[in-house]
Design a binder for this molecule. Structure first.
Ligand SMILES: *[C@@H]1O[C@H](CO)[C@@H](O)[C@H](O)[C@H]1NC(C)=O
Ligand SMILES: *[C@@H]1O[C@H](CO)[C@@H](O)[C@H](O)[C@H]1NC(C)=O
Ligand SMILES: CC(=O)N[C@H]1CO[C@H](CO)[C@@H](O)[C@@H]1O
Length: 323
């Protein structure tokens, strides 16, 4: 989800306060967590100033989430801040330093840290077309974390409006760069085109006319630790920007086709973003979707709530539900 939609989104997120039990760790799932959003803020200001344009996440609050059973944190960041000017260049010492501090804090507590460039398949607003540059970016990033097996690499947030074939090629380049860095023990989550929507995995086509189901199945990984990350919101257009959910079973309905695809192709999936607003329909819909994910835990590894972070405002409050 775009950070700029967060004012409307914050209405949705207040749901978290109303549904503590629904959001507690699910026993069967490997990953249960939240997104941390803020380091990718202020996309108009690149690189921008830490504390003014963007922020990192308050370390001590991870303890609260972990105590409540969450074990996975998706750290959203910007590629241009991590590796500025060109993808083949070196990492920015300070931004990487802050990221490393977050990662080490989380993984030091035994939880997973997902490193997620929140870039939509773009770098300085241009669709990434050079697989070799993208591979170089990921090799640089993975080198810094190759000794930490609790790190999970997320190739990019929500590719969209581009060729599905290119999206698959970029994912493969990221996988190759990560493994070439010597980071062989970590999971990698790949994301698809069309905002990596679970509900449109088999139907939405890219500019080349191909669906994720057609292009993403052939990815290979020498470590065999790929997870297909998909996002699923519950409002009518699936964007997570409306405060109404379609109905109480919309989540499970929307996951069926993707679940079948994962199973038929021998893949694992992760719902990397989901949310619902504060009302009884959305609350029931979130519970229904999580129950469906639990029931299909042979292919679904977990789910991550969108979103948390110091700049998401008082009204949002994930902190309320962890009390
Ligand atoms: C985090 O970034 C700030 C601003 O660039 C920098 O001053 C600080 O040293 C960084 N922290 C770490 C742990 O690298
Ligand atoms: C919810 O909406 C979906 C999509 O329109 C539909 O397939 C499903 O049957 C609905 N469920 C209920 C309980 O109305
Ligand atoms: C770990 C972390 O940054 N948690 C944040 C979650 O969101 C709340 C509310 O925005 C913040 O206060 C926490 O710091």
């Amino acid at each position: 989800m775009r950070w700029s939609t967060y004012l409307t989104a914050s209405c949705l997120l207040a749901f978290a306060a109303a549904a503590p039990s629904a959001l507690k760790k699910r026993s069967k799932l490997q990953f249960f967590g939240v997104n941390e959003s803020g380091a990718e803020f202020g996309t108009g200001n690149i690189p921008g100033v830490y504390g003014t344009d963007y922020t990192w996440y308050t370390l001590s609050t991870y303890d609260t989430f972990i105590k409540d059973g969450f074990n996975t944190f998706r750290l959203n960041l910007l590629m241009e801040r991590l590796v500025p000017n060109k993808m083949t260049g070196p990492a920015d010492t300070h931004y990487l330093g802050n990221l490393t501090q977050q990662v080490n804090y989380i993984t030091g507590k035994g939880a997973y840290a997902i490193i997620c460039p929140h870039n939509y398949g773009r770098y300085y607003n241009n669709i990434i077309t050079s697989t070799s540059d993208f591979q170089a970016f990921w090799k640089t990033v993975a080198t810094a974390f190759k000794g930490n097996s609790k790190v999970i690499f997320d190739t990019n947030n929500e590719y969209h409006d581009m060729s599905g074939t290119l999206v698959a090629q970029l994912n493969q380049a990221a996988i190759n760069g990560i493994r070439a860095a010597g980071a062989t023990s970590q999971y990698i989550t790949v994301e698809g085109n069309a905002y990596t929507g679970a509900w449109t995995w088999t139907t939405a086509t890219g500019t080349d006319g191909k669906t994720n189901a057609q292009t993403m199945g052939s990815l290979t990984d020498s470590s065999n630790k790929l997870i297909y990350q998909m996002h699923q919101y519950l409002d009518s257009d699936g964007s997570g920007t409306a405060t109404t959910c379609v109905n109480t079973t919309i989540g499970s309905t929307r996951l069926v086709a993707a679940t079948n695809w994962l199973r038929a192709n021998g893949k694992k999936g992760l719902i990397g973003e989901y949310a619902g607003a504060v009302n009884s329909v959305c609350e029931a819909a979130v519970k229904d979707m999580l129950a469906y994910i639990d029931k299909n835990s042979d292919v679904w590894t977990g789910a991550l709530w969108w979103s948390a972070g110091p700049w998401w405002g008082e009204s949002i409050m994930l902190l309320t539900f962890v009390q």
